[in-house]
Design a binder for this molecule. Structure first.
Ligand code: MSP
Length: 508
């Protein structure tokens, strides 16, 4: 089954930050889990390079927009392997193939009669590249998102007849309650729609840094139209020899932050309808990351969590784990270095890493590194029954944090099992050999299954561990807890280096 999933594409006027890393990681966890289930996943990410914010930032640095875009797009691209993101393609909106396709699609919108010329006047935020409506503007004519002064802009440009899609969009929202998720975001988008749609500006005459309007080359397209189309254009040239559009379109899952809800849930489906293209299935809106003190992260408040520093000190999986565990996907969350250290030490190092190390060490000490071929403990096995299916159901609702918690309950259960069984005592008593063997096999199988399920979250550590257990299969089929001895691996186990080494500076 094709499963096409995307992130928002980042502006290249700045450098990657934690918010970007979060969205990439969260989307990657989803993509990897669907792949694990055998679905035909295509995962797209990339950079949004046109528009006023990029042109302004470039000029402020004495660069041409293309130079700044090239420089920063590289930084975003380089972030992907650092975060272990499994994207299938990285789109840049300055790719010529993208630009041609944007012209083609929007020409169709024009030919279908959804474009007219008009005078635009309104309060404009150059950082959002968006006009603001009166009721969202802050006191002193400031942007509700950036809090900077808005400028009064007036120009003659082309308009997209958004108002013509009031009813079709209402129908879309009524018939597809999961078009926007979670429910809070759906309600917000529905309320916006309820206010009545007005036509929106489609082009800019003052700007040159953008995709040229084919029917009037003195204009460029408003950056949001060019940017949103990335989800559609990428498929036409992501593969060197085939156009993937028919195979993967419509997208199953757009992952975005809550600040760009209106663009993705209202403008985007309307634009596609106007071009005669099928609309995507779901838009998932995640929350914003705030500092540990609950305030917006800023250098001056000293509450910034720098993703690059985290990667350096703790490694990729620690960042991936911390963000997906700490922040309920779909809600805002507070994150910071203190919470990260605690979760790293108590959960990754002690609860999971240590469980794996102890299991391997005991198998080596008591059974020469070979897992006994005996039945697993039915009580533990029962707690793994239907687990993979339950996780998949949670993933179908994008409840990745709840899924991780469900897995973690099994990590904790296995730790309690070690304490209950005390294999080191059993090993002292020759008459209890069978109990020892059952305990060791059950632990091995438990660690293996948990690891398979954790693979989307912490792929590197899991791959290392499973390779060392001789059971490298991470597909969903291998997430079954065997009744009769290990499903795979468990022979001549080598010693296991700690998966999450102790920190030089432990948490206070
Ligand atoms: N270029 C537009 C998106 C165009 S999509 C067709 C844009 N870029 S952005 O760089 O500002 O943001 C990229 C994504 O990162 C957005 O989904 C945004 O919500 C998300 N985040 C930016 N800061 C964030 C946090 N502090 N926390 C979580 N996500 C945030 O918008």
């Amino acid at each position: 089954m094709p499963f096409y999933i995307t992130t928002a594409i980042a502006y290249v006027n700045g450098q990657p930050h934690l918010g970007h890393a979060y969205e990439e990681i969260a989307t990657d966890v989803l993509a990897r889990q669907h792949r694990q289930r055998g679905e035909d996943v295509f995962f797209l990410t990339g950079t949004d390079e046109h528009g006023e914010p990029v042109a302004d930032a470039a000029h402020a640095q004495g660069l041409e927009p293309q130079e700044l875009a090239d420089k920063n797009a590289e930084r975003f691209k380089a972030l992907m392997p650092q975060l272990n993101i499994s994207n299938n393609f990285f789109i840049r909106t300055t790719d010529t193939q993208h630009m041609h396709r944007v012209q083609e699609v929007l020409q169709r919108v024009y030919d279908n009669g959804y474009v007219h010329k008009g005078l635009y006047e309104g309060w404009y935020c150059p950082r959002c590249a968006d006009f603001k409506v009166e009721n969202e503007i802050l006191d002193g004519n400031r942007c509700p998102i950036h809090e900077i002064a808005l400028t009064r802009e007036s120009e003659e440009n082309y308009f997209f007849k958004l108002s013509a899609f009031q009813e079709p969009l209402e129908r879309l929202f009524d018939e597809h309650r999961d078009f926007v998720m979670p429910a809070r975001a759906y309600n917000e988008a529905r309320a916006f729609l309820g206010q009545g749609l007005q036509d929106i500006s489609l082009s800019r005459a003052k700007l040159t840094w953008g995709v040229t309007v084919p029917w009037d080359p003195s204009h460029v397209f408003y950056v949001w139209f060019d940017a949103l189309l990335n989800y559609y254009t990428a498929l036409s040239y992501a593969s060197p020899d085939t156009d993937l559009t028919d195979h993967y379109w419509p997208a199953q899952f757009h992952v975005i932050g809550k600040d760009i809800l209106k663009f993705h849930t209202i403008f985007w489906p309307a634009m596609l309808m106007a071009a005669g293209v099928e609309v995507p299935q779901r838009v998932f809106v995640h929350g914003f990351l705030m500092g540990e003190d609950g305030r917006k992260m800023s250098k001056s408040l000293g509450n910034v969590l720098d993703p690059f520093a985290v990667l350096e000190e703790f490694g990729t999986d620690a960042l991936r784990f911390y963000l997906t565990r700490e922040v309920v996907f779909g809600s805002d969350g507070n994150v910071g270095p203190h919470g990260l250290r605690i979760r790293y030490e108590t959960e990754l190092a002690n609860e999971y890493g240590n469980l794996a190390s102890r299991t391997v060490a005991m198998l080596r000490r008591y059974r020469d590194g070979n897992v006994p071929r005996v039945d697993t403990d039915p009580e533990i096995r029962e707690q793994f029954d239907g687990l993979a299916e339950a996780i998949s159901e949670l993933f179908d609702r994008a409840e990745t944090t709840q899924a991780l918690d469900t897995i973690w309950q099994r990590v904790r259960r296995l730790n309690r099992y070690v304490e209950e069984r005390q294999p080191w005592q059993l090993a002292k008593d020759d008459t209890r050999g069978a109990e020892l063997e059952q305990t060791l096999t059950t632990l091995f199988e438990g660690v293996r299954v948990i690891s398979v399920l954790l693979h989307p979250y912490i792929p590197q550590s899991v791959e290392r561990l499973l390779a060392s257990l001789g059971a490298p299969d991470t597909s969903y089929a291998s997430a079954r807890f065997s009744a009769t001895g290990p499903l795979a691996g468990g022979v001549d186990l080598p010693p296991l280096e700690p998966l999450f080494p102790k920190l030089e500076r432990p948490a206070e």
